[in-house]
Design a protein around this ligand. Structure first.
Ligand code: ZN
Length: 289
């Protein structure tokens, strides 16, 4: 989302009288049996460095509470995020990648040049240890100075120091797994992802995070037990809906906002008009049968 769009959204949230609160407050209201009418929780996923310039000044300006669901692996392993960097380079230069004779990919293909999808397929076979080498080859081919990306924060995650600083300024840092993996893992590995994530966040913030967001919003129902065992208070999906008091705390829906959502749709979602419409369509379909 562009920072200008985010700033406009926050101005609307202010204008319409919502009060952004922490997830702890949301949890308290749920336990008390009733959400306050204008309760709103602002959540940001993953931990991109760009949120510092793009979102935090606006949040500060309005004095809004916000929560960052942080995946910690790329905080501690500072390098440009591979897949996104590849898409960006191919998009910017609008041509295939021509492999040098000494390319690390040569032994795995007869092709002389690759599209982004062919490249990603090949690199998946090689594993994540080769990603940085491949990215450097791409940068050489396209004439990009990616050595400078870490300083500019391009396609990078927040640094450990920055996470600590933002937490101190009041941004709530919560769980999103260490490696942004959950639904594809078995129960034990999924639990380890959260435990590791929690340990790293505690190290950075001095707090014990108790709220979770499913990576990509995906989970299996048997995985909910893990969250209970780990004393997770709330867990958030990407199901586009408003929260109501009948919803379980471990499968909270939320409105996923982006540049593709118009201001009118944003208003319709926040005010519950879209919830009513979806319910009406569901009733109509049931009646149809
Ligand atoms: Zn995510």
């Amino acid at each position: 989302m562009r920072s200008a769009t985010f700033a406009r959204r926050m101005a609307l949230v202010k204008k319409w009288g919502f009060s952004p609160v922490s997830l702890d407050k949301l949890y308290e209201q749920h336990q008390a049996g009733q959400y306050n009418k204008n309760t709103l929780v602002i959540t940001i996923d993953d931990g991109w460095a760009a949120i510092e310039q793009g979102m935090l000044p606006t949040l500060k300006k309005f004095g809004f509470n916000a929560t960052l669901y942080l995946s910690t692996y790329f905080v501690f392993n500072q390098r440009p995020i591979f897949k996104l960097s590849c898409f960006y380079l191919f998009w910017k230069h609008k041509r295939p990648f021509i492999m040098a004779n000494n390319s690390c990919l040569k032994p795995y293909t007869d092709a002389k040049e690759l599209t982004v999808h062919q490249l990603l397929q090949l690199s998946a076979q090689l594993g994540s240890a080769s990603e940085q080498t491949i990215l450097l080859e791409l940068a050489a081919c396209f004439g990009e100075d990616i050595q400078r990306w870490p300083q500019t924060g391009k396609f990078m995650f927040l640094t450990p120091e920055k996470v600590s600083e933002l937490a101190e300024q009041g941004l709530a840092i919560e769980l999103h797994t260490h490696r942004h993996k959950f639904s594809e893992l078995n129960l034990q590995d999924a639990a380890v992802e959260i435990t590791n994530n929690r340990a790293y966040i505690s190290q950075l913030t001095g707090k014990n995070p108790q709220h979770f967001c499913y990576p990509s919003g995906e989970y299996h129902s048997e995985q909910l037990n893990i969250l209970n065992e780990l004393n997770i208070k709330t867990a958030t999906t990407t199901e586009n809906e408003l929260v109501n008091k009948r919803r379980g705390l471990l499968t909270l829906p939320r409105l996923v906002d982006s540049d593709r959502v118009s201001e009118l749709e944003f208003e319709a979602e926040l005010t519950g008009v879209m919830t009513l419409l979806r319910a009406a369509v569901a009733t109509f379909k049931r009646g149809d049968r």
